[in-house]
Structure formats: structure tokens, C-alpha cells
Design a protein around this ligand. Structure first.
Ligand code: HEM
Length: 403
């Protein structure tokens, strides 16, 4: 656990705010000099590529989700008899309601897409390695919180998929030996999915959104201690760095504009592309849909859940696929960070992305026939990458003389 002193980037000297009132405030509450130090003058490696835009994109989408979510919550009824009708009212009668909902739904999908890109970027460039372990762990905390929030949000419209998705998730939780039934009862609140369940999930969804904001603040704080990594993976000297503003303000804004174009196209031209038609039918406990499947971003985990023969085994595999990411900084002890400089690791990463997508396709095709075999191979590869390939690469690289 011991290591060299933490910060890798050159700390920016603090300049007190000049001028009467501002300097008076700043001497008592250093928000102005703090803003200058942590944003305007903050030194950034000059070589960051477009993949470093996704943190800013995630932050912007998070703000949008909170803003649209608060207005949706003001018009939503968290009861089994009222939820679906209140969402219909938002769509059809509330002025601009259709737009709020389209933005919130598209936002959820694109948030998850940006999150996966952000995560795989970190894996590829070794951003989890010291001194950024806590930054990585806080990111994974965010991933779990975002997943819970997205799942809870999907339940709220109380359509067919909301209901039956919750039913499948409840049964999966109930399959944990010993404490499963208790956990299922805590989650569902009564023997039938209804008012208590919806109310619980509404509170959870609302609360988690704000808890996420707090953890993002910690995440960014940790980033400001170590400074950002970069595509080369080596510490960048001050002479190859630039101040955040105006360079990265412009770069982040350009990325946001491109992202906004995709967002607007999906939300307003193809609002149904990412949504499930079955969820436009009110929940009916007496009628199981022909196909129960989660939103696209949960499909890889759904695929894993189904590829393992026992229910509990599937649950372990799905949970394990995320939990394993928490120990990556300690599975990969190589001094070389970026996969750009690690050919075996680079190929392994390409395989990892393919395995992840394949697991998603397996989830989509319900792990039947050939898909079942494909799912098992993809699952073996996914875990093999972290438990075998990465430690082996690291061991070989640790034996190489450092340059
Ligand atoms: C609510 C979700 C999240 C938000 C709002 C967020 C925000 C940010 C921001 C603003 C940055 C700096 C800009 C950038 O590097 O792109 C950043 C960096 C970083 N994030 Fe996140 N993040 C989130 C989730 C995650 C997740 C799930 C992980 C993965 C475990 C993660 C790992 C990292 C790492 C390792 C860095 C430093 C990257 C580097 O400099 O190489 N973050 N994040």
C-alpha cells in the first residue's frame, strides 16, 4: 500500500483574489481563489483525447436528469392505481411534459452509454492504478448507485415491463440462500408488488439522485489530488501541460455540443428507439409478457444471469462481474499504465469489449441454444481477463527493466 508521494501533476500556486469586496470575501471564504486554482489555472496534460470528454458529459447529463426529474416528480403519483395514468397525463396533458419525459428517458440511456465509455477508458489507459485507486473506487461506487437509480426509475411508470422486470429482479434476490426471502421482502414490502413497492422505489430513486451528486463531488476531489491520467499513461511535466481554462473549457464544450446533437436526435426524432413498447401497456399481474427483458444497458448482466445454470450462480456471476472491478488496481500491479504500451493487454481489452457486447446479445436472445454456449464462453473470457490475463501481463512487465 505504501508508495511515492501522491500528486503526479504540478500543483498550481494559489493566487488570492484581488479587488475590494472579492478579496474581502476570499480571505474569509476562499471560494474565488479556490475556483481559480481548481478550475481556471488547474494544470492539465496537453495530450488528452476525446475519451477525456466523457466526465464532463456525464456531469452535464446528471444535471439534466435532476432538472427534468424534479418536474416529473411534481406530477407523478407513486401508487399502483395512479402511476401509469400520471405518466400518461405528463405525456399528453402537462404543457411540455412529453419533452420532459423524452429528455429524462433518453438521458438515462445516454448516461449509461457515457458511463460505460468512461469506465472502459479508465480500464484501457490504466487510470485505476496508483495514485488513483480511490478515484477508481469512487467511480465504481457511482456505477452501482446509478444502476440502482436507473432500475428504480424504470419501475415507476408501472407498465408491463416495469412490473415484470421488478418481478424477475425480486425472484433473483430471493434466490440468495438463507437471507434471500428476507431481502426480497425488504425490497418488495409485501407479498404482492404494489403500492408499498412503488412508494419505496420512488423514494429510493429520488434520494439516490442526490446521493450521486455528493459522490461525484468526492470523485472530482480525488481527481484533483492526483491530477488526470493521460493516453500515454506517464506523468506529464508542467511544460507539457496547459491551464484548464480556456483549453479544456473549449474542448469540453465542443464535446458537449456533439453529444447534444445525438441526444436531441434520439429524444425528439426517434424517442421510441431506446424504449420498450411493452412498457406502454399498464402493469397487469395476470398477464406475463412473451419476452421479459431489461433496458439495453442491463442486458450484459441479464445475459450472465441466464448463462449460469443455477439461479444463485447466475446472480453471483452478474454481481461478480461488477465486484471484480473493485480489485483491478490490485490484480494489475504492472508499472506500465496505458494499454497503448502493453500489446497483450491491448488485445485482451479488445476481447473484453467483445465479450461484454456478446453477453448483452445473449441477454437479448435469452441464452437459448447456441446463445447459451456463446454466453458461457463470453463469461469465461470476461472473468479470465481480470483474473488470469491481467495479472500475468503485469507479472511479465514487472520483470522487465524500467525505462
Ligand atoms: C455519475 C457518474 C460519473 C461522473 C459524473 C464522473 C465524472 C468524472 C469527471 C468530470 C472526470 C474528469 C474528466 C474525465 O476524465 O473524463 C472523471 C474522471 C475519472 N473517472 Fe469518473 N465519473 C463518473 C463515473 C465513473 C465511473 C463509473 C468510473 C469507473 C470506475 C470512473 C472513473 C474515473 C477515473 C479513473 C477518472 C480519471 C481518469 C483519468 O484521468 O484517466 N468514473 N470522472
Amino acid at each position: 500500500m505504501s508508495g511515492p508521494s501522491l500528486p503526479e501533476h504540478s500543483p498550481t500556486p494559489v493566487q488570492p483574489a484581488s479587488g475590494g469586496v472579492l478579496s474581502w470575501i476570499d480571505r474569509r471564504l476562499p471560494v474565488i481563489s479556490g475556483f481559480r486554482k481548481e478550475y481556471i489555472d488547474f494544470l492539465m496534460p496537453a495530450n488528452l483525447n476525446a475519451l477525456w470528454n466523457f466526465g464532463a458529459i456525464l456531469t452535464a447529463v446528471l444535471v439534466l436528469m435532476l432538472a427534468t426529474g424534479i418536474f416529473l416528480a411534481m406530477n407523478y403519483t407513486p401508487t399502483a392505481s395512479g402511476a401509469f395514468a400520471s405518466v400518461e397525463m405528463i405525456e399528453r396533458q402537462l404543457p411540455g411534459g412529453w419533452m420532459l419525459r423524452a429528455m429524462h428517458m433518453t438521458g438515462a440511456s445516454l448516461f449509461m452509454a457515457a458511463l460505460y465509455i468512461h469506465l472502459f477508458r479508465g480500464l484501457y489507459y490504466g487510470s485505476y492504478k496508483q495514485p488513483r485507486e480511490i478515484l477508481w473506487l469512487s467511480g465504481l461506487g457511482l456505477l452501482l448507485m446509478v444502476m440502482v437509480t436507473a432500475f428504480a426509475g424504470y419501475v415507476l411508470p408501472w407498465g408491463q415491463m416495469s412490473y415484470w422486470g421488478a418481478d424477475v429482479a425480486g425472484k433473483a434476490v430471493g434466490a440468495v440462500p438463507g437471507i434471500g426471502p428476507t431481502l426480497e421482502h425488504i425490497m418488495e414490502g409485501s407479498d404482492t408488488l404494489g403500492d408499498i413497492f412503488i412508494h419505496r422505489f420512488f423514494v429510493l430513486h429520488f434520494l439516490m439522485a442526490f446521493a450521486i451528486v455528493a459522490v461525484v463531488a468526492l470523485h472530482v476531489l480525488a481527481l484533483h489530488v492526483s491530477g488526470p491520467n493521460n493516453p500515454g499513461g506517464r506523468p506529464v511535466p508542467a511544460k507539457e501541460s496547459v491551464p484548464f481554462h480556456p483549453y479544456y473549457t473549449t474542448k469540453d464544450l465542443s464535446g458537449l455540443v456533439l453529444f447534444a446533437l445525438v441526444f436531441v436526435a434520439l429524444a425528439f426524432l426517434w424517442p421510441d428507439l431506446l424504449s420498450e413498447p411493452e412498457n406502454y401497456r399498464p402493469a397487469n399481474p395476470m398477464h406475463t409478457p412473451a419476452d421479459i427483458e431489461p433496458e439495453w444497458y442491463f442486458l450484459p448482466f441479464y445475459g450472465l444471469l441466464q448463462s449460469v445454470p443455477s439461479k444463485f450462480g447466475g446472480l453471483l456471476a452478474a454481481a461478480g462481474s461488477i465486484l471484480i472491478l473493485f480489485v483491478v488496481p490490485w490484480l494489475d500491479r504492472s508499472p506500465i499504465r496505458s494499454a497503448r504500451e502493453r500489446p497483450a493487454c491491448r488485445m485482451g481489452m479488445a476481447g473484453l469489449v467483445i465479450a461484454f457486447v456478446l453477453m448483452g446479445l445473449v441477454g437479448r436472445h435469452h441464452a437459448e441454444g447456441g446463445w447459451m454456449i456463446a454466453g458461457r464462453i463470453a463469461a469465461l473470457y470476461y472473468f479470465g481477463y481480470f483474473l488470469v490475463l491481467l495479472p500475468l501481463c503485469a507479472r511479465r512487465e514487472m520483470r522487465q527493466p524500467a525505462d
